[in-house]
Design a protein around this ligand. Structure first.
Ligand code: GAF
Length: 361
């Protein structure tokens, strides 16, 4: 029997920059998914503590790919891809159990995929190595499930380090841990799960991605990461939507680099305004926030946060705020009150710290 845990994540800063070959600064959470793998008599069986029915497929059958429920394709996807790569995968029973809320923008999918991929690598003695594990985890989401995501979530789930955020260059997939311990600065990282229903998240995400690719094509660069002067690039485009996308991505890359600088120099409080600028850029230029998310950010700032922003792909999900320790309790009350006043459902609040990435348990 082989068992691995892989965490969900919060992205501290750097949103929708990963598929533009840019920079991100995520951290791993304490919550995550545990995958347990055992040899089994027949076929591949996947069982989820969060799903009512187990799913069993015959390893030989390709035709059943379209028929499995989506959650199971995040697990079976790894087996299908390994088999397509020529790896002989025996009959297995895979059990998964996750405490990452799904649809909250905390990357429950990367936790699921990475726990399974690490456990498979271990159980089958594949020795995929750091790059191979990341590559397989990304292909599960992009190729097997078909979600056009950018790779940040798998990277942090596999490589996270306790007490650190991970500065990732999504072009060459290198990463460096950066100290991130708000408690040492008398600050708390508060997470507000708005529980806002995701609105057209898949289609809107794909539209942002293809818009960025189109803008890069028109600007004659490989990816928006290669644009150095946002305003000069904006002036060369005549499409208002693409102008906004470029402005967001290029300034967000700059904010990640600035955030890494202040964290390395031990000036964590200076991160606050960068978080708020990032949020404004997502709201006004990239247009991926929703009213619940903006309300949470405003309530946190009104309650004394030094910075707050939506984290993750957008159109719902979570907001993070950096607050002086003594402002945390009252800020929670303020957020709840703002939600009640606006007629939104009750949000969930919790504090977070940077934890380790995937590990055997
Ligand atoms: C989602 C995607 F999965 C990531 O790749 C990333 O693009 C993120 O949205 C936005 O920064 O989590």
């Amino acid at each position: 029997m082989t068992r691995w845990f892989a965490p969900g994540r919060i992205n501290v800063i750097g949103e929708h920059t990963d598929y533009n070959d840019g920079f991100v600064l995520p951290m791993a959470l304490a919550m995550g998914c545990t995958a347990t793998i055992e040899d089994a008599g027949d076929g591949w069986t996947v069982v989820s503590a969060q799903a009512p029915e187990p799913v069993t497929v015959a390893p030989s059958g390709l035709e059943d790919r379209a028929e499995v429920p989506e959650w199971a394709s995040y697990v079976l996807g790894a087996l299908w891809l390994l088999r397509d790569d020529g790896v002989e995968v025996p009959a297995l029973r895979i059990e998964v159990d996750s405490d990452v809320p799904s649809g909250a923008g905390l990357s429950s999918s990367a936790a699921l995929v990475c726990s399974v991929v690490r456990a498979l690598d271990d159980h089958l003695g594949l020795r995929l190595g750091d790059d191979g594990l990341l590559d397989l985890s990304r292909r599960v989401e992009n190729d097997a499930v078909g979600a056009p995501t950018g790779g940040m979530d798998q990277l942090i789930s596999l490589r996270g380090e306790a007490g650190h955020a991970l500065f990732c260059d999504m072009r060459d997939l290198t990463s460096q841990p950066v100290p991130f311990d708000p408690s040492a600065a008398g600050l708390t990282l508060l997470v507000v799960d708005t529980r806002a229903p995701h609105r057209h998240a898949d289609g809107e995400y794909a539209a942002r991605r293809s818009g960025c690719e189109e803008a890069a094509r028109r600007l004659g660069v490989r990816a928006l990461r290669d644009v150095t002067d946002a305003e000069a690039a904006v002036a060369r485009l005549d499409d208002e939507e693409l102008q906004r996308y470029v402005r967001h991505v290029v300034t967000e890359d700059d904010r990640v680099l600035a955030a890494v600088r202040v964290l390395r120099e031990g000036r964590l409080a200076e991160l606050g305004p960068m978080l708020s600028e990032s949020h404004a850029s997502m709201r006004d230029d990239f247009r991926i926030t929703v009213p619940e998310v903006d309300t949470a950010v405003e309530a946190l700032m009104g309650a004394g946060a030094i910075g707050a922003r939506m984290t993750g792909g957008g159109f719902g999900g979570c907001v993070i705020g950096l607050l002086p320790d003594d402002a945390v309790e009252a800020s929670g009350d303020d957020v709840r009150r703002a939600f009640a006043d606006a007629g939104y459902g009750e949000p969930a609040l919790f504090t977070a710290s940077a934890e380790a990435g995937a590990r055997p348990v």
